[in-house]
Every structure is written in structure tokens, then in C-alpha cells.
Design a protein around this ligand. Structure first.
Ligand code: ATP
Length: 432
């Protein structure tokens, strides 16, 4: 199946909004094996929407249009599609009921304009809108498929995930095509080229499933994609390759699918009933943001402090001025003292610290920009890490937060229950 994406909206052309819908649609179509050769963007002008749609239908089997389904006069998508396909607009009582119900929930009355949204293309399959007013529509016409979804990303993704993807998978399968399934293994604690070298033989010997690495901010996703006659065989093929990668990479793999590092850490803390506190310096609170991105993190996250100055490190965390003088704020000793100090301050069972040089200035001969130390205090043991990170200020701060979160994960995985170890335990350098 060859698919094409057509984003409608003058504000997209003017650069007032970024067309994130098309990027999302491209990704999802690729994942289910639809080839996308063209994407277009057109303003809210009925003639231009019509000619762009005609061109798209002349070269693709499937056209997904996003935007322009609203109730106002500049929302032209539905009438343009009706014109191009030579179909009438018909009133849908079902859609009208949904719209009335939607407004009643908000304690409001629909306007005449909203009733326009109950007019759909004759012969379409309606995709109900649970979170807005405009319905989605799927129209099959002379061997082509046109899909209309709203521009509002939340409404669009709900329809694509709930209706359009299942519909397209079904179509491709009944057309005798193979199913395409994929799974993502998530990797942390190793650079992309080192990872590729580590699994070179597995990567190069595979054509089905394929394995593709995607790196961002020091984390790498390995997407395994299999093509097979049915779902069970595709899953089986993926299982085999995933197992060989897991055997090779071990604890470098932190999760699967869309699971984040902070969710994995949250799960480990919750399971063992532990609590955590953070002491941050160069990351300025970003580590706390990552931890609290996870809903329900209040169960284990007690709080954190951003101790940016030497004074605050001493005053709030009890870092000895002597330690700061002798080793500096960016040192293993300071990181450890910060972790111990914040653990005392919050009375948590686990604590994490991070201190480093995000640049661009401030480097010395012995302390380059990107030098970061992190420490984890957990169950009477201490783990510390020294990192040398590349990139600009933002990238260093993001990567530092992620690297320290990964250190925490590895410590928790190695000693999930309370009361073991003592003194300064593991303390090493992680490659990054
Ligand atoms: P609704 O009827 O639910 O308002 P619509 O189909 O009329 O949906 P538009 O009016 O085109 O949608 O856009 C509504 C909003 O959705 C825009 O202001 C913009 O914030 C967002 N949006 C629209 N198109 C895109 C896109 N391609 N990528 C990201 N956001 C978009």
C-alpha cells in the first residue's frame, strides 16, 4: 500500500504551528508497512485542497488528510473531498447526537456551525470523536482510500490508533499482504557506535526481522521489525531476535516499547517500597522533572534540592567546605557528600546527586566541559559515576540527568531490597 499525507491549514504554511501530525502519521504508517512517498501541506483554500488531493490520488492508494474539519467557513476539507470524489454531503444523525452530547457535557449548546460538522461524505465510514466535535471519515472510492482526521493532535491520534491503524492492518492482510510487526528494545549506558559494534554480527545477518537503531540524548532504541504471514509468526520471529540481543546486551536494556527510564526506576522503587530524594547542581532540576513526569511518582519521590552554589551545597546538604576546597564542586567526593546530605535532609531510603560542568565556559586543564559526577546512596552502599559528555549546554544537562537515572536503575536492579551492603561499595566509571 502506498500512502500519502496531506496536512490542511494556513497556519501550517505560515509557520505558526509545526506540522507534528504528519511526522506522527509517517512514523505510524511506516510501522505497519505502508510506504509513504509524498507528504503535502496546503492552506485552507478549497481549490488548492482539491487540486492537491487530486494529485495525491493520482499517485497513491491511500491519502490521509489532517485538519480543516472544524465548524467554520475556512474549514474546507470535507467539501473539497466531496467535490473531488463526486459525492454528496449527507446528514448523520449519529454524529449530530455525539455533538449534542459533547456540548451537554460542557454545559453548552451547539451552534448552527457545529451542525455543519454532522454533514459527512455519502458512503463514508464514520470515526466517532470521543474528545472533540469533528468526526473522522474513511471513504473507499474506486480502489483508493481517503481518510479524514481532525487537526487537533489529541483528537487525531485517538482516531488513528483506535480506528485507522486497525482498519489499514485489516485491509493489508485481506489483500493477501503480510503483516508487519515491530518491537522496540530500549538501551541506556552505551554510545551508538559502541552498541552497533557490540551487536554487529546480529545486525548484519538480519534481513527479516530488520533491526534499526535510533539514538537520542544518550538513549538508543532498537526497533525490530518482522514481516510474516500472520501475527503469531511475526511475534515468534521478533522473540528470537530480541532474545539474542538481550543475551548480548544484558542490563544495558532498560525497557521495551514506550517505557521510559524514569518509569522503570519508579517501578523498582514502588515494588520495594523505597523513597528517593535528589540533590542536583548542573542539571538545575531536570532530573526531578524526569522523575515527576511519571504519574504516581509521589508514592516514592520525597523531593529534591537544586544546590547550585558551593554555599548551598554546604548549608543545605552539609557538604564540608574542606571537601569543596580540596576536590572542587565537580568531583566524586562532592557528588557523594551531596547524595549523603540529601538523604539525611529528606530521610529517604535512596538518594541521587549530580554535579558537573555544563559549559560553555568554566573549563580548566583538569576539568573539561562535559565532566559530570553522579552518585547514588542506597541501602548503606554508595555508587558513583564519572561521565565525560559531548554536546552543548542543554545536551550535557539532559544527558547527565539520563545517565544518573540509569546509574540509579542499575543500582536498584542489583540490590532491589533494603538492608544490604555497607560503606563505599561499587564505584566505577560507566562508558557513555
Ligand atoms: P477541530 O474541528 O476539532 O477543531 P480541525 O480539523 O478543524 O479540528 P484545525 O482547525 O485545522 O483542525 O486545527 C485545529 C488546531 O489543531 C490548530 O490550531 C493546531 O493547533 C492543531 N493542528 C492542526 N493541524 C496540525 C498539524 N498538522 N500538526 C500539529 N497540530 C495541528
Amino acid at each position: 500500500l502506498v500512502g500519502e499525507i496531506l496536512a490542511v491549514g494556513t497556519e501550517l504554511l505560515l509557520g505558526q504551528i509545526v506540522d507534528t501530525n504528519s511526522a506522527y502519521l509517517s512514523r505510524r504508517l511506516a510501522e505497519i508497512g505502508v510506504d509513504v512517498f509524498f507528504k503535502s501541506c496546503v492552506g485552507d483554500n478549497v481549490r488548492r485542497v482539491e487540486s492537491t488531493l487530486q494529485l495525491a490520488l493520482s499517485r497513491s492508494d491511500l491519502v490521509i488528510m489532517t485538519g480543516g474539519l472544524g465548524p467554520t467557513d475556512d474549514d474546507v476539507t470535507v467539501s473539497a473531498v466531496a467535490d473531488v470524489l463526486g459525492r454528496k454531503l449527507v446528514y448523520s444523525a449519529e454524529v449530530n447526537r455525539d455533538i449534542v452530547r459533547y456540548f451537554r457535557r460542557l454545559g453548552r449548546q451547539p451552534t448552527d456551525n457545529n451542525r455543519k460538522q454532522a454533514m459527512v461524505i455519502e458512503g463514508c465510514a464514520i470515526i466517532r470523536n470521543e474528545v472533540g466535535t469533528a468526526p473522522g471519515q474513511i471513504i473507499e472510492d474506486a480502489g483508493k482510500i481517503v481518510v479524514l482526521v481532525p487537526g487537533v493532535p489529541r483528537e487525531m491520534t485517538a482516531m488513528i490508533e483506535g480506528s485507522v491503524i486497525p482498519y489499514l492492518k485489516q485491509k493489508m492482510q485481506s489483500a493477501g499482504g503480510a503483516v508487519i510487526r515491530s518491537r522496540v528494545l530500549r538501551v541506556a549506558g552505551i554510545g551508538e557506535s559502541a552498541l552497533v559494534a557490540e551487536i554487529e554480527d546480529i545486525l548484519s545477518s538480519q534481513t527479516n526481522p530488520t533491526i534499526a537503531p535510533y539514538a537520542s540524548d544518550g538513549l538508543i532504541d532498537l526497533r525490530i521489525t518482522a514481516k510474516a504471514p500472520d501475527d503469531a509468526s511475526a511475534q515468534q520471529m521478533i522473540d528470537t531476535v530480541a532474545q539474542s540481543i538481550r543475551d548480548r546486551l544484558g542490563t544495558l536494556i532498560y525497557g521495551e516499547g514506550s517505557e521510559t527510564l524514569a518509569e522503570v526506576v519508579g517501578g523498582l522503587l514502588s515494588e520495594t517500597g523505597q523513597t528517593i530524594a535528589l540533590a542536583e547542581s548542573c542539571t538545575g532540576g531536570f532530573l526531578g522533572k524526569l522523575i515527576t513526569d511519571v504519574p504516581g511518582s509521589s508514592r516514592y519521590f520525597l523531593g529534591g534540592v537544586v544546590t547550585y552554589s558551593n554555599e548551598s551545597k554546604s548549608k543545605l546538604l552539609g557538604v564540608e567546605p574542606g571537601t569543596l576546597d580540596r576536590y572542587g564542586a565537580v568531583s566524586r567526593q562532592t557528588a557523594i557528600a551531596m547524595a549523603l546530605g540529601v538523604k539525611r535532609l529528606f530521610g529517604s531510603s535512596v538518594s541521587v546527586s549530580v554535579t558537573g560542568l555544563a559549559g560553555p565556559g568554566g573549563a580548566t586543564a583538569s576539568k573539561p566541559v562535559g565532566l559530570v559526577y553522579g552518585a547514588v546512596a542506597c541501602n548503606g552502599s554508595l555508587s558513583a559515576v564519572r561521565l565525560l559528555l559531548n554536546g552543548g549546554r542543554d545536551q550535557i544537562r539532559t544527558r547527565a540527568s539520563i545517565a544518573v537515572l540509569n546509574l540509579l536503575r542499575r543500582v536498584l536492579e542489583a540490590s532491589p531490597s533494603a538492608g544490604t551492603g555497607s560503606g563505599e561499595g561499587r564505584s566505577g566509571d560507566l562508558r557513555w
